[in-house]
Design a protein around this ligand. Structure first.
Ligand code: SF4
Length: 178
């Protein structure tokens, strides 16, 4: 998927590579991590489990795709407590991915973007009282779909870890081309 790789690098991601869609697996242990409440978003957003679908449903949704792009934002931290850089990198990653997902949806209307972290399009998610405000823009995470990010990176030829003092956020877009 060279077109999306080029777009991703133009948008500002540190790294981008064609996604090995055939190797994607929805893993129960990743879903268990969501359910453990580690990120506090389980059962609090339409984009997260259980609302985003059962593991069988997310696996089936991913099986419809044959290609795509994996993107990363890598930050260099001053030390282990450099929270400012961590937060800035996360914000940048989300902004860049929102831009890339919008462009990808124009090029490939039935693509499936999977971001890092819960959907943050609205200040407060309508879940569970009202329907999602923007179902066409909503972004689920790789983890919500059961993906182990380190495995996806390895299978797509990008490192998950770029060495001491670095922090990397990943996201991907699945397409039926490639
Ligand atoms: S678009 Fe808004 S309502 Fe829909 S999942 Fe995202 S935050 Fe929630």
């Amino acid at each position: 998927m060279p077109e999306l790789v080029t777009l991703a690098l133009e948008v500002g991601f540190s790294h981008a590579a064609p996604l090995n869609a055939a190797a994607l697996r929805a893993l129960p242990e990743v879903r268990d991590m969501c359910a453990s409440g580690r990120c506090q978003r389980y059962d609090r957003s339409w984009s997260c489990p259980p609302a985003c679908g059962t593991l069988a449903e997310t696996e089936a949704a991913m099986r419809r795709y044959t290609g795509g792009v994996l993107v990363q934002t890598t930050a260099q931290l001053a030390d282990d407590f450099d929270v400012e850089t961590m937060e800035r990198a996360q914000k940048l990653h989300k902004e860049h991915f929102f831009t890339l997902a919008r462009q990808a949806r124009l090029l490939y209307p039935d693509c499936l973007p999977l971001t890092a972290g819960s959907c943050t399009i609205c200040r407060t998610c309508t879940y569970p009282d009202k329907p999602c405000r923007f179902p066409q823009k909503m972004l689920s995470s790789m983890e919500a779909y059961g993906l182990l990010v380190s495995e996806v990176c390895q299978n797509s030829g990008l490192p998950y870890y770029y060495g001491p003092g670095t922090l990397t956020y990943s996201a991907c877009i699945l397409t039926k081309e490639g």
